[in-house]
Design a protein around this ligand. Structure first.
Ligand code: FMN
Length: 352
């Protein structure tokens, strides 16, 4: 991390977390961010559900909820970027405060509740997107919607012309009853509708499903079955957790989804189990608690074809994207892998 980034982070940690997040978006807009460009090597280059990624290290949903900093993010070293969540209509989200730093635990709790400017604003920003980046959108449903499944379809249909992939997010804990859509019958109906809409697009794009880490094994088995039947293109494991095990920080009692270091083990176990259940039929994206190249590599060896992170940026800055990608290249070389794909699932058994 450069000294300027270190000072910037220290200053932001004196502010309340949501104000600090707004500052980091403004800093990116102003060009105050590292720009190593699309970081790639022959070993890091990989493909995911038909997408060609310069490297497998992605930005997780929730950082750029409204697609405000697509260009600076595309230069920050990420192999792919997921923006959103976006809902059909704009909505304010939950009352503030709704984002908490758990510094001792290197974690965060958020209960934003899909605050966003809506799909029309997002589509306009996406229309100006950098073309040399892989950009996807996290689809959400309005809190007061009568037809949540229909909301996913609406956002997909509206924004698809500008996207490389879209993610059905039924795993946010901050919209009441959203997670119920992970149940077998509801999920099957929802995904079938989304895939049908996708198939009818002039330029079909891969559709991913993002799941929670707090699922029982029976629920995971159902999800694996539905994912295979409906032929989603990839599954992202995982979103934030409701668990509060082992936390020390004073904010540990806040309601919302916990992300960051304490999520690493739990989300990696879910990833490995899903890899076992899907037998390599569906590519998996590992997310949850990654803060260094070793952890990104561990997720890949547990079964992920690519990874994403968010919370570690709060503590280590955006230069972490390039650090993780560079470190991953070295770790693959150390283990004599010629490319990322060869390492996928190579140590899955360690997590089962
Ligand atoms: C402030 C915040 C907002 C988030 N918003 C979303 C969201 O809108 N959609 C989504 O699928 N995940 C969202 N997430 C979850 C992240 O994408 C990611 O799955 C989770 O934080 C675990 O990764 P991490 O430990 O690297 O942060 C959010 C996370 C945080 C911390």
């Amino acid at each position: 991390m450069k000294l300027t980034e270190k000072f910037g982070l220290a200053a932001m940690h004196c502010m309340d977390p949501e104000t600090a997040h707004g500052m980091s978006i403004r800093a990116l807009k102003a060009g105050l961010a590292p720009a190593p460009g699309p970081l790639t090597t022959p070993r890091l280059k990989t493909s995911l559900a038909g997408l060609n990624l310069p490297n497998p290290v992605g930005l997780a949903a929730g950082f750029d909820k409204n697609g405000e900093v697509l260009a600076p993010l595309s230069r920050a070293g990420f192999g792919f970027i997921e923006v959103g969540a976006v809902t059909p209509r704009p909505q304010p989200g939950n009352p503030k405060p709704r984002l908490f730093r758990l510094t001792e635990d290197k974690a965060a709790i958020n209960r934003f509740g899909f605050n966003n400017e809506g799909m029309e604003v997002m589509a306009k920003r996406l229309a100006d997107r950098p073309q040399n980046a892989v950009i996807g959108l996290n689809l959400g449903a309005n809190k007061d919607s009568e037809d949540r499944a229909g909301d996913f379809v609406k956002v997909l249909a509206h924004c698809a012309p500008h996207l490389d992939f879209a993610t059905v997010n039924v795993s946010s804990p901050n919209t009441e009853k959203l997670r119920d859509l992970q149940g077998k019958a509801a999920l099957s109906a929802l995904l079938s509708g989304v895939i049908e809409t996708r198939d009818a697009l002039p330029r079909p794009l891969p559709v991913f499903l993002k799941i929670a880490p707090d699922l029982t094994d029976a629920e995971l088995q159902d999800i694996a079955e539905v994912a295979r039947e409906t032929r989603v293109d990839a599954v992202i494991a995982t979103n934030t957790t409701l668990s509060r095990d082992g936390l020390r920080s004073s904010h540990k009692g806040e309601t919302g989804g916990l992300s960051g270091a304490p999520l690493f083990e739990k989300s990696t176990r879910v990833l490995a189990r899903l890899s076992q259940l899907t037998e390599g039929d569906i590519p998996l994206i590992g997310v949850g608690g990654i803060s260094c190249a070793e952890q990104a590599y561990a997720k890949i060896c547990a079964g992920a074809s690519a990874v994403q992170f968010y919370t570690a940026m709060v503590y280590c800055g955006i230069s972490l994207a390039a650090d993780i990608a560079n470190g991953l290249d070295k770790l693959l070389a150390c283990d004599d892998f010629d490319n990322v794909a060869q390492a996928v699932g190579s140590k899955r058994e360690d997590w089962l």
